[in-house]
Ligand binder design. Structure first.
Ligand code: ADP
Length: 427
């Protein structure tokens, strides 16, 4: 229950509500003498009058209002509740994780939890998901305007000769930041400079942006006289599907694989290798070619979105994470090899929304805790668990396509009774 709900209206607050309603005051201009809690309350009350909508549910939050108002959300008025379900245990065989983990997914899409859970059962029966994660680093690419070929080349040469000085400035902005590479891309009178950083356990977008700002403002512009048009030149590429991210990776690059014995395929997934390969070929490959899509997979985005909401990731990065490939191959004795490749998954175990009350609980459940002695290990654990969970989600949905079970599962679980009876038989 929120503390906001218990805040009694006072004449002082009433006067501010009236000012908001009559537009003498903007939502961001609430007097600083009010607490963050009171500010949210007067905004809600004003909105109730202005829109004639009851806002009695969105006031029930348990996060730290002061912290959320100053770090995560301006003009705070409340919370959007998204149900969290549990899948697993997911058997993860990686470098940071070699155990079975229960995974919270936040979703409003009926059947997603039950279906992913069936994939987890298949993974357990097959001995677990082997996972591999590369920390390829967070990128930011400022864009510069030059007078032509000569000046563009002068900038490129300058960057090569001054890499160490750039590194010193960048890494001086945070002890967790490490400059990995600088890659210019020249476009006539436009030069993009794609900086790539490791950022410890943080997703790194703020850290990379701050470092780029210092590099550009304190070093490149004064030293070269070439001006930067925008700190983000869209060659980064953030929150858009992009070939450059697909090829070079961004954030974490995830791989997960499993070989599923024929018996597990038939008993748990109600499928067989031939049908899986056929669906993979015609749907994930040809279908994506026909559509001009770089999402050569069944539904990475579903598991990513559920995982991102539950663990406090930046939701817009589902766009980046949705690109990638699912592979299916026949193996001897009726088995099938199944794997997923996600080239661009920005992830953080600290910063962003990871510190919010419910998100922190999900991270604790996953055993993800930043260790000051091993920066980066917590986010790698998170990434390994995610890779295995995406694999579970792909397995189950691909199998559902082969048995034409998709629509009926959605009918039963997406619109049906509140509690699915048995995830293995119901999806
Ligand atoms: P991001 O750069 O991911 O957008 P923030 O802006 O929240 O996220 O930055 C992360 C913050 O967390 C930085 O201030 C950084 O100094 C701090 N921090 C503390 N511990 C760590 C860690 N182990 N790894 C990375 N950052 C950390």
């Amino acid at each position: 229950m929120s503390r906001a709900a218990a805040t009694p209206p006072t004449p002082h607050l009433d006067a501010i509500v009236l000012d908001l309603v009559e537009r003498r005051l903007q939502f961001h201009q609430i007097p600083k003498s009010l607490s963050a809690e009171e500010a949210a309350e007067v905004r809600r009350r004003a909105l109730e009058v202005m829109t004639n909508a009851s806002l009695s549910n969105m006031r029930h939050y348990s996060f730290d209002v002061d912290s959320v108002s100053s770090r995560n959300c301006e003009n705070l008025i409340g919370v959007a509740q998204v149900p969290i379900g549990i899948v697993g245990p997911v058997p993860v065989r990686g470098n940071e994780v070699n155990e079975e983990v229960f995974v919270p997914l936040a979703t409003t899409e009926g059947a997603l939890i039950a279906s992913t859970n069936r994939g987890c059962a298949a993974l357990r029966a097959a001995g677990g998901a082997k996972v591999f994660v590369e920390d390829v680093g967070m990128t930011r690419a400022p864009v510069f305007r030059t007078s032509g070929i000569e000046e563009s080349q002068r900038l490129v040469t300058w960057l090569t000769k001054n890499e160490e000085e750039i590194r010193t400035i960048a890494e001086g902005t945070s002890r967790f930041l490490e400059l990995i590479s600088i890659r210019p891309f020249v476009f006539s009178t436009t030069v993009f400079v794609r900086f790539r950083f490791r950022s410890g356990d943080a997703m790194g977008m703020n850290m990379a942006t701050i470092a780029c700002d210092r590099i550009v403002t304190d070093l490149i512009e004064p030293a070269t006289g070439i001006s930067c048009t925008a700190l983000s030149g869209n060659y980064c590429v953030d929150k858009k599907p992009a070939a450059v991210n697909f090829q070079e990776g961004r954030g974490k690059r995830l791989f997960a694989e499993v070989e599923i014995p024929g018996e597990v395929l038939s008993k748990i997934l109600k499928t067989n290798p031939d049908d899986l390969v056929e669906v993979q070929y015609r749907k994930n490959l040809l279908g994506s070619i026909a559509a001009g899509s770089s999402g050569f997979n069944a539904h990475f985005a579903n598991v990513l979105a559920g995982f991102f909401i539950a663990t406090g990731q930046d939701l817009a990065h589902v766009v980046d994470g949705s690109t990638g490939v699912t592979f299916v191959e026949k193996r001897p004795n009726g088995a099938a090899y199944f794997s997923v490749f996600l080239p661009t998954v920005p992830l953080g175990a600290i910063g962003g929304g990871t510190g919010l009350a419910t998100q922190a609980e999900s991270l604790a459940m996953l055993g993800v805790k930043v260790n000051p002695d091993r920066p980066g290990s917590a986010v790698m654990r998170l990434a390994e668990i995610l890779a295995a969970t995406v694999l579970a989600g792909e397995l189950s949905l691909m199998a559902a396509f082969t048995s034409r079970d998709l629509a009926s599962a959605h009918e039963r679980l997406g619109r049906g009774p509140a509690e699915p009876v048995d995830p293995l038989s119901e999806v």
